[in-house]
Design a protein around this ligand. Structure first.
Ligand code: TXA
Ligand code: MG
Length: 340
């Protein structure tokens, strides 16, 4: 991988993207999770451009992307032992660590004025090459309009942000498909603030017990990750999760269709042939949840090409990357679950 990254640094598109970042312009690029919209994390001007292009609320902090651990020295105060163990195990990779931030380091706007900072090293040769070539810590939220599903292709980015940003580096579809896991390492027992590409089970194998922010499990408390309080990932028609497996979805779909409603169904390869509705889309294989994660945001976007009154979605087991899939679906549905 190091060789690929070194070669890519000489690619004209990557050189151009790095140059724009140094000039405080904002550029979209692929990571292993979703496309990010990058800007110089040390520049208020660049960070403001990110918030403006996305239409993102200013109280929602950005993740800082780095290519070398040494880059953290300038903006992180101390690295707890657990953080070091996790970096050894999962970086580069889909894990964001929340750490104590040095005062006066980075743009205050990037961290939304918090005393902490989220950091990750992405596992994508294009992202790493851009980060190395510009040498900056790069603030990068997902490169979608705020509220829309995150982008897993350059086409998704263009659909949302064309004309609003300085460029898009196309690296094809991303692999993981859901965002990084956000883990708060500033409390005695680390806490998952957002489930993502690295699973709770994988984290616990390395550092033992961790906690999950109660707000993620539907509790009516204020989430610690500011981003988790907003409605997100939503297609245009209202989305409902339906309990009761395939039969549950069939029953609810039939009821709405009898009322004359145009129904879309988010199914899987296994179940799609069993449904009757105006639009049935298979989102990966239920027997391999990583394929569901990889297709989720593209599938949610595809529903928008059809005039639907509502979308019904199957539910998924909350194990492994299924945690992240269910978290995003629940947010897309505004927590609406039909239990029959
Ligand atoms: O996979 C990813 O993480 C992608 C790619 C582009 O790297 N990025 C991404 O960024 O998903 P964004 O901005 O869409 O989501 C960042 C999440 C938000 O929920 C935000 O509230 C949380 O991380 N976050 C960032 N800094 C934080 C902090 N200091 N404390 C708590 N939560 C933080
Ligand atoms: Mg996002």
């Amino acid at each position: 991988v190091d060789n690929i990254v070194e070669k890519l640094k000489n690619n004209p598109q990557i050189k151009q993207a790095a140059k724009k970042l140094i000039q405080n312009e904002v550029v979209a690029f692929p990571t292993e999770t979703v496309y990010g919209l990058g800007g110089n994390a040390g520049s208020d001007e660049a960070v403001e451009k990110i918030f403006t292009a996305k239409g993102r609320p200013s109280d929602n902090p950005l993740i800082i992307h780095i290519a070398d651990r040494g880059q953290m020295d300038s903006f992180v105060t101390d690295l707890p032992e657990v953080a070091l163990q996790l970096m050894d195990a999962f970086w580069p990779g889909p894990l964001t660590l929340i750490l104590q931030k040095k005062e006066q380091a980075l743009s205050e706007k990037a961290t939304a004025g918090l005393g902490t900072v989220g950091v990750r090293m992405p596992d994508h040769p294009v992202a790493l090459a851009i980060l190395k070539e510009c040498g900056l810590p790069v603030a990068a939220p997902s490169a979608n309009s705020s509220g829309k599903p995150s982008p897993t292709t350059a086409e998704h980015v263009a659909a949302d942000l064309n004309g609003k940003i300085a460029g898009i580096v196309d690296g094809g579809p991303t692999g993981v498909g859901v965002e990084s896991t956000v883990l708060d390492c500033t409390s005695p027992v680390p806490v998952i603030l957002r489930p993502g590409g690295v699973t709770k089970e994988q984290l616990e194998e390395v550092i033992g017990r961790i906690e999950v922010d109660p707000a993620l499990m539907g509790a009516e408390t204020k989430p610690k990750s500011p981003g988790m309080k907003y409605r997100h990932y939503a297609p245009e028609a209202p989305l409902y999760l339906v309990a009761g497996g395939i039969e549950g979805v069939q029953r609810v779909a039939q009821k709405y269709r009898q009322e004359g409603k145009r129904v879309g169904i988010l199914a899987t390869d296994e179940s799609a042939p069993l449904y009757e509705a105006e639009l049935v889309l298979a989102c990966g294989e239920r027997s391999r949840l990583e394929t569901v994660a990889a297709s989720l945001y593209d599938t949610l976007r595809l529903f928008n090409d059809h005039q639907l009154d509502l979308i019904l979605s199957e539910m998924f087991p909350e194990e492994g990357v299924g945690h992240a899939v269910m978290n995003r679906l629940m947010k897309a549905a505004g927590n609406k679950v039909i239990t029959d």
